[in-house]
Design a protein around this ligand. Structure first.
Ligand code: PLP
Length: 392
């Protein structure tokens, strides 16, 4: 056997991708598995975006581009930040990467030293802690409960900060909870951060457009513009435009940090795929109404699922502000079925009723389960039937 790096031994394969793979394996064996594990829209990329990529390929977008993205895409990103978020950036403050995942990876590699602490509110997107670990930093997790709507309080943040804190990550609407922080909640969190000028803030706005809360979208910079010089905004086209396979994410932030992230990218993957960049340019510049039907479908499924989940004994589910995830507390069900944990329950569901869900532990919140409703109503109804069958 080969002795692997300590670094790689610290991390695990993405648990959400693992659940999806397991569900597929069982399906291939002929089992009628209902999989609500994946985190990708079930819609296809809108036609005008596909066409832009096809045209680009025919017109020579088959070569390397600038490492940090084509000038056209960087312009589109700058315009998008201005239009949607009221944020102003120059081209040297923008980096386009191969998916939002790589944006965060570059950030960790460019910013973190061994022993630095990264504050991550739980439930969190599965990749934050592991990418911090890959940079030999230490994830510091803030736990939340359904009573506090799965959101951290300013007080909790203050308690988590030490003189080793280097990065604070905030994500709303959140994967996996679907909840978004209101502007006033963000202001209160920002007020704490104002007292600690050495902390860099990452706001992951990946689900910005998949939002139905009454308040319009706001990130921490909208609430606290004073934090501009040390905040990095992460976003991408994967979720809003059903473009997960194209692999385009982008970041806007302080020029020196962006330059360092670009250096990491230049020595690892270079530019994101040229045709994908053309598609992303069209997604950001083109007609934004293509998002609306997807948003409406997600909202409809959300309403159905939250109500149906809450009607099952042992399950408590908060309504969410956006995304395509429900993150119910299932402690009651775990007890009732004599399971040891959410992990145990997830296994039982797969074994007994062919239902694939991701256990909350994967997101740092045991006792929960994530259901993705990037699936048809018919599939969701089937999932609920199966949950009912096992719960009753
Ligand atoms: N950020 C969050 C919160 C996500 O849920 C995801 C995808 O699951 C990403 C970033 C990365 O998206 P991608 O790398 O597919 O662009």
């Amino acid at each position: 056997t080969i002795e692997l790096s300590k670094r790689v031994q610290l991390i695990k394969p993405s648990p959400t991708l693992a659940v999806a793979a397991k569900a597929k394996e069982l399906k291939d064996q002929g089992r009628d598995v209902v999989g609500l594990g994946t985190g990708e829209p079930d819609f296809d990329t809108p036609d005008h975006i596909k066409k832009a990529a096809i045209n680009a390929i025919q017109n020579g977008a088959t070569k390397y581009t600038a490492v940090d993205g084509t000038p056209e895409l960087k312009d589109a990103v700058i315009n998008k930040f201005k239009r949607d978020n009221g944020l102003t950036y120059t081209p040297n403050q923008i980096l386009v990467s191969s998916g939002g995942k790589q944006s965060f990876y570059n950030l960790c590699q460019a910013l973190l030293n061994p022993g630095d602490e990264v504050i991550i509110p739980a439930p969190y997107w599965v990749s934050y802690p592991d990418m911090a670990l890959l940079a030999e930093a230490k994830p510091v997790i803030i736990e939340t409960s359904i009573e506090q709507h799965l959101k951290i309080t300013p007080d909790q943040l203050k308690k988590a900060i030490t003189n080793k804190t280097r990065l604070f990550v905030i994500n709303g609407p959140s994967n996996p909870t679907g909840v978004a922080y209101s502007k006033s909640e963000l202001k209160a969190i920002g007020d704490v951060l104002k007292e600690y000028p050495d902390i860099i803030i990452a706001t992951d706005d990946m689900y910005e457009h998949i939002l139905w809360a009454e308040e319009p979208f706001a990130n921490i910079l909208n609430a606290c513009p004073e934090l501009y010089d040390r905040t990095i905004v992460l976003n991408g086209v994967s979720k809003a435009y059903a473009m997960t396979g194209w692999r385009i994410g982008y970041a806007g932030g302080p020029a020196d940090l962006i330059t360092a992230m670009k250096k990491v990218q230049s020595q690892s993957t270079s530019n994101p795929a040229a045709p994908s960049q053309a598609a992303a340019t069209e997604a950001l510049n083109g007609d934004q109404s293509c998002i609306t039907p997807m948003l409406e479908a997600f909202k409809k499924r959300h309403d159905y699922l939250v109500e149906a989940l809450n009607a099952i004994d042992g399950i408590k589910c908060l309504p969410s502000d956006g995304t395509f995830y429900a993150f119910p507390n299932v402690e009651g069900l775990i007890d009732k079925l004599g399971c040891e944990s959410d992990l145990d329950l997830a296994e039982l569901l797969l074994e007994k009723v062919d239902l694939a869900l991701v256990p909350g532990s994967a997101f740092g919140s045991p006792g929960h389960m994530r259901l993705s409703y990037a699936a048809s109503m018919e599939t969701l109804e089937k999932a609920i039937e199966r949950l009912k069958k096992i719960a009753n």
